[in-house]
Design a protein around this ligand. Structure first.
Ligand SMILES: Cc1cc2nc3c(=O)[nH]c(=O)nc-3n(C[C@H](O)[C@H](O)[C@H](O)COP(=O)(O)OP(=O)(O)OC[C@H]3O[C@@H](n4cnc5c(N)ncnc54)[C@H](O)[C@@H]3O)c2cc1C
Length: 375
């Protein structure tokens, strides 16, 4: 068996995920976990039930990498790194006789052969089955650039358009806010968009906002933007205090400067400046009730979705109606597909890697079954 990867070394995005601690999967009950896959749940469910979070945790520990459950229920390796796990995994594959060819870019089919550009040289390979795990189109400099779409469409697969998922959003910041606060986190906020809410952290960037709480709402925000609606995101900067309690606190400091009132109300410098980025303009109301309302509902107009190159993951891909239950293409039963190439999305929380591993295993089992059937 041979693995081809176009990059000089494999699994670059997996290693990048390790920089954030490598959130492998989630410990919540399986039925709840399955709801995270939204519209694709029915398609992914058999693979995830066959290789659930516990199995992924056991696989990781079987490679000598201990895991732990974080306070939010997310599962990580104890080292909070991807590299020890990847090293052990590659060593196991090497021991099994698997050949890894790096700098080897798959460029399409040549008849029934797979065509590669391997370190600048054209190569062809005949094989009985091929499993494709070429990823989506986020972070293309790490290898996955979505360039497989044309060849797959030519092979009879329907491709749902690739879209950013768990992405940031563009906000037209004032110059002063952007210059001063790009790169600053805003902690402990609550975001609201229609009936959808998310708590957590957001990061101010030069182009807008990204971070966990934004990602949690990103599919709803993206789809609303596509539908053409004006998208206003409401930010509650003091989610643990009622508006009345906040107003009382602000009136206690009514004689102070605005900066001091906001500081005494518990707002960090970035949060205190964010309230001037509200749709209503930079002038702040002086009356405590009105000021409290502004702090608990800053209205930010989103100007667009951040480019897919910056997104954590990709929605869209090879559509489920192009696939058989064993993860092979209906139009070519010797071609198997898994991971982010498939048409699904999920929030952050370990659900992405969980589905990638589960579909990878299902596709591999499909390939093995086909090999036995055709031997
Ligand atoms: C910053 C960041 C942090 C993340 N953190 C987490 C996390 O903590 N938990 C989580 O669950 N998910 C996380 N993710 C998402 C997760 O990394 C992805 O969902 C997952 O890596 C997708 O796996 P995949 O195998 O489908 O594709 P990829 O990991 O993108 O792998 C695709 C591989 O195919 C190769 N390739 C592509 N095209 C070709 C070609 N034509 N020829 C040969 N090789 C090719 C690429 O070089 C690459 O090695 C994170 C993502 C990012 C960007």
């Amino acid at each position: 068996m041979t693995i081809h990867d176009r990059m000089p070394n494999p699994a670059r995005k997996f290693l990048l995920a390790g920089r954030g601690g490598l959130n492998l999967t989630h410990s919540e009950p399986l039925d709840q976990c399955l709801t995270r896959y939204g519209a694709a749940r029915g398609h992914l469910e058999p693979a995830i039930r066959a290789f659930p979070p516990q199995a992924l945790k056991d696989w990781c520990e079987g490679l000598g990498v201990e895991t732990f459950v974080g306070s939010s229920g997310r599962i990580f390796p104890k080292s909070m790194k991807a590299s020890p796990l990847l090293r052990a995994w590659l060593a196991r594959l090497d021991g099994m006789g698997v050949e890894l060819v790096t700098r080897s870019r798959w460029t399409g089919w040549q008849g029934d052969a797979l065509a590669f550009d391997t370190a600048g040289e054209r190569r062809e390979a005949q094989c009985d089955v091929a499993i494709f795990a070429l990823g989506g189109a986020s972070w293309p400099r790490l290898g996955s650039d979505g360039s497989w779409q044309e060849a797959f469409a030519g092979r009879g697969a329907r491709i749902a358009p690739l879209k950013p998922s768990n992405s940031g959003f563009l906000v037209s910041w004032s110059e002063i806010f952007r210059d001063k606060f790009a790169g600053e986190p805003i902690k402990r906020l609550r975001l609201k968009f229609g009936e959808h809410e998310a708590r957590g952290e957001a990061m101010v960037t030069s182009y807008g906002l990204e971070g966990g709480a934004i990602y949690a709402l990103s599919a709803h925000l993206r789809d609303a933007m596509k539908a053409g609606g004006a998208v206003i995101l409401e930010v509650d900067l003091v989610p643990d205090m009622t508006q009345d309690a906040l107003a009382a606190k602000l009136s206690g400091a009514a004689k102070d400067s605005m900066a001091n009132r906001l500081r005494k109300a518990g707002l960090s410098p970035v949060a205190a400046s964010l309230i001037r980025e509200d749709e209503g303009g930079p002038v702040l109301p002086a009356a405590p009730g009105d000021l409290a309302r502004r702090i608990k509902g800053v209205r930010l107009k989103l100007a667009g979705v951040a480019p897919i190159e910056r997104a954590i993951s990709t929605a869209g891909g090879v559509s489920w109606d192009s696939l058989s239950a064993d993860y092979s293409l209906k139009a070519d039963p010797s071609t198997f597909v898994c991971g982010e190439m498939l048409d699904w999305e999920a929030p952050t929380g370990g659900y992405l890697l969980q589905a990638c591993f589960a579909t990878g295993r299902a596709a591999a089992q499909g390939a093995v079954a086909r090999l036995s059937a055709t031997a």
